[in-house]
Design a protein around this ligand. Sequence first.
Ligand SMILES: [Fe+2]
Ligand SMILES: [Fe+2]
Length: 270
Amino acid sequence: MKLLYLGDVMGRAGRSAVIGRLKTLRADWGVDFCVVNGENATSGAGLSGSHAKALLEAGADVVVLGDHAFDQKDMLQFIGKEPRVIRPLKFDKDAPGRGSGVFQDARGRKVLVAQVLGQVFMKRPFDDPFSAIDGVLKAHPRGGLVQASLVDMHCEATSEKMAMGHYCDGRASVVVGSHTHVPTADAMILSGGTAYQTDAGMCGDYDSVIGMEKDEPMRRFVTGMSRGRFSPALGEATVSGLFVETDDRTGAALRVVPVRDGGRLSAATP
Ligand SMILES: [Fe+2]
Ligand SMILES: [Fe+2]
């Protein structure tokens, strides 16, 4: 199966790039199943129901979220009605929605999608992601109940993401990091056959500071003073993510390629 994962869609620039290009990219790359991280798609903070719908209509089979899952308050209701939107496992004991789900591609092949949040350097303490994902992977063996599985590890620390990759190695088809908005150059297949990249990067304008207009973040770093709010950068976005080909029989990854289309970053195709 050919899986495409797209990193955090950042504001209007990211949204319009993904909505405008995803159908073509899917066709060009022969993608069977596509997961998009939408946690910053609405004004850089969270995802509204209408923007979730737009990403799904544009060609996302599943939209995952992150620490900003419910920044847009209508997501608290929307996620209960739309099973194709997944928030992190153990997000909060009262959080609506699900942290994992089993979906199908157009040919009926089953794909498990799950998201976990790391604990290192995050703004508030979240539950242990390792025990959370362990139960989900045990219940959905790769090459057994599902043909493929993808785990989105949403956190700051590269070390914690790599540890999660190895923890899921041989059990998930793909472990991909999100949240830092910068793609890492370590796409690889781990020894147990799990495709891995520490961060998929954002779908956003890279002429920015992690997707925000440069002026305010630079002022805060340079002077230590804030003078306004952050606002998403509006230049042409790079669509950034990870392409993975898997073996339907075993669920193992056969090939992993970082992908980048448009905007400032150098292009990369499967
Ligand atoms: Fe993000
Ligand atoms: Fe995040």
